[in-house]
Write a protein that binds this ligand. Sequence first.
Ligand SMILES: [Mg+2]
Length: 195
Amino acid sequence: MCSTILEMKSESKPDLTLFKMINNIYFDLDECLIHTEHAPFDEATHYFFTESFGNLHLALHPAANSVISYARDLVGKDNVYILTTSVKEYAAEINSTCCLGFDEDHIFSREDLNARGIEVPTCYDSFRDTLPHETAHIDNVIIDNLEPRENKSKISFIGIDMSYKTNYLKVRGYWGVNFPNDPFETKVKEFLNES
Ligand SMILES: [Mg+2]
């Protein structure tokens, strides 16, 4: 009844999470697979215009298509998603402009995250939390440029372990600069193989 956390841990079963399979894979967009700016810049690979956002110049990470294909080969196209805090119209334009090949229902955006937002009361105040999406699963994985602590809504949305031990890959932010020895592609593929 009054066991300490350490005592409770010593009674727990071996951690089998290292051997689990991946369910779904979620890729972040901005500063992960792409970088956009309103003004032209040397590294831009694509351009698009919308009434809502005006001119957008976009750099697609050189390994973006490779890691998306790798993920689809690993778990099937139906289990690979975009998960972005940007609005749906912007994400859909990028998907189309860069030919990333995600179906409309495989792009989760700010609207989807907000639709599952709830206010949780605490002894101090309240905080905004996010309820899990229908695709949430403990064996989902996410690749994102933000630190996990800055990304709690996405973590709740996809239903992964809040300890982030095996299901979260934080990559270096992609700002449209292509480094010759960028470890991004290797790190993503290793992470997907180890998960
Ligand atoms: Mg990002």
